[in-house]
Design a protein around this ligand. Structure first.
Ligand code: NAD
Length: 355
């Protein structure tokens, strides 16, 4: 199995180094090939997603991605900015299903801004559609308002749009994921106001007939935003469109208190995936050896589970992470009184030792 490793910028290379160390510590043989992406891609080949990097990503069975972005590229044209690499990879590889688990380890309950009794033991999975919705719907642009009280004024407009096949494919992914967990799927929409959401809801109900063992419920997005902070443990798997998912997945991430702990996966129709931590390149701490590598290490566990079909190895990594947390080892972002501070490399080494 071939894994493309794209470390990227900022803390990307540091955290990816630890994650690859964990991968190599498993009794498996993987072909691992590195390529530059983001600002590193721009430096190497004048583009955030160089041709060779894209070719490698297409050939590989799975992609391990660090993070991209640095303030020094802020002045570049939009298409050359490091962040375009991730959008390009999603588009070229048709990665339409974004998995963001939000798990709160009991040892880190104090890190959440919510009361421990509300979040302790939290284990939810947000599945966001990535390729459609208002971010990609056409037409979009700027024009003069044609009617209404502001006729003649400059206006910006976007098109919210989903086709039935797009909703069917994300629905299938979500029902299957829920089937492997608590068998409860909550579909989030705004069907009381939006036609796009009505189509989404109708399609979810249609697809649900193929998954009688999974209980489907529906929730309006405004209520979902409230319920995520009121009673987050009520959820098992949440499926939603691109824009609502963008917002709700970040909200769910913060329930856990630390962005440095959260992995993510973006999958295509054949479960090929790009795996990356939910956080960015953290230029403020890059090169200091203090970044938390656990989100990237847990992304490797997701890769083993969802693309490489190695559930047991995925479970071993997750158990090793729990073990180091129970030992009291913490990078600065998750430090609490009575725990032991370690850096990026020491955290990686501790996970390997626990394996
Ligand atoms: P960020 O996630 O990089 O950092 C936010 C805060 O969290 C910072 O204080 C940072 O130090 C901290 N942090 C993040 N990851 C951490 C870790 N593993 N361990 C410890 N602390 C961690 O978000 P930002 O500062 O808004 O963005 C920085 C750059 O990253 C920007 O260029 C942005 O565009 C880019 N970005 C990239 C991705 C991606 O590659 N998928 C995602 C988000 C942001």
């Amino acid at each position: 199995m071939k894994i493309a490793v794209l470390p990227g910028d900022g803390i990307g290379p540091e955290i990816v180094n630890e994650a690859v160390g964990v991968l190599n510590a498993l009794d498996e043989s993987f072909e691992i090939e590195y390529a530059p992406v983001g600002g590193a891609g721009y430096e190497a080949a004048g583009h955030p997603l160089p041709e060779d990097t894209l070719t490698l990503a297409k050939e590989a069975d799975a992609i391990l991605f660090g993070a991209v972005g640095d303030w020094k590229y802020d002045g570049l044209a939009r298409e050359l900015r490091p962040e375009q690499a991730i959008l390009g990879l999603r588009k070229h590889l048709q990665l339409f299903a974004n998995f963001r688990p939000a798990i709160l380890y009991p040892e880190l309950a104090g890190a959440s801004s919510l009361k421990p009794e509300i979040v302790a033991g939290l284990d939810i999975l947000i599945i966001r559609e990535l390729n459609g919705d208002i971010y990609f719907g056409q037409p979009k642009g700027f024009r003069q308002a044609l009617t209404g009280p502001f006729e003649g004024s400059r206006e910006g407009f976007d098109t919210m749009l989903y086709t039935v096949p797009e909703v069917v494919r994300i629905a299938n992914v979500a029902f299957q994921a829920a089937g492997k967990r608590g068998k409860r799927l909550c579909s989030v929409d705004k069907a009381n106001v939006l036609e796009t959401s009505q189509l989404w809801r109708d399609t979810m109900m249609e697809v649900s007939k193929d998954y009688p063992d999974v209980e489907l419920s529906h929730m309006y997005v405004d209520n979902a935003a409230m319920q995520l902070v009121r009673a987050p443990k009520h959820f098992d798997v949440v499926v939603t469109g691109n824009m609502f998912g963008d917002i709700l997945s970040d909200e769910a991430a913060m329930l856990t208190g630390s962005i440095g702990m959260l992995p993510s996966a973006s999958l295509d129709a054949n479960n090929k995936g790009l795996y990356e931590p939910s956080h960015g390149s953290a230029p403020d701490i890059a090169g200091k050896g203090i970044a938390n590598p656990l989100a990237t290490i847990l992304s490797v566990a997701m890769m083993l589970r969802y693309t490489l079909g190695k559930e047991e190895q995925a479970h071993r990594i997750e158990a090793a992470v729990k073990h180091v947390l129970a030992q009291g080892l913490r990078t600065p972002d998750i430090m609490q009184v009575g725990t032991t501070q370690v850096g990026t490399c020491a955290m990686g080494a501790a996970v390997i030792a626990a394996l």
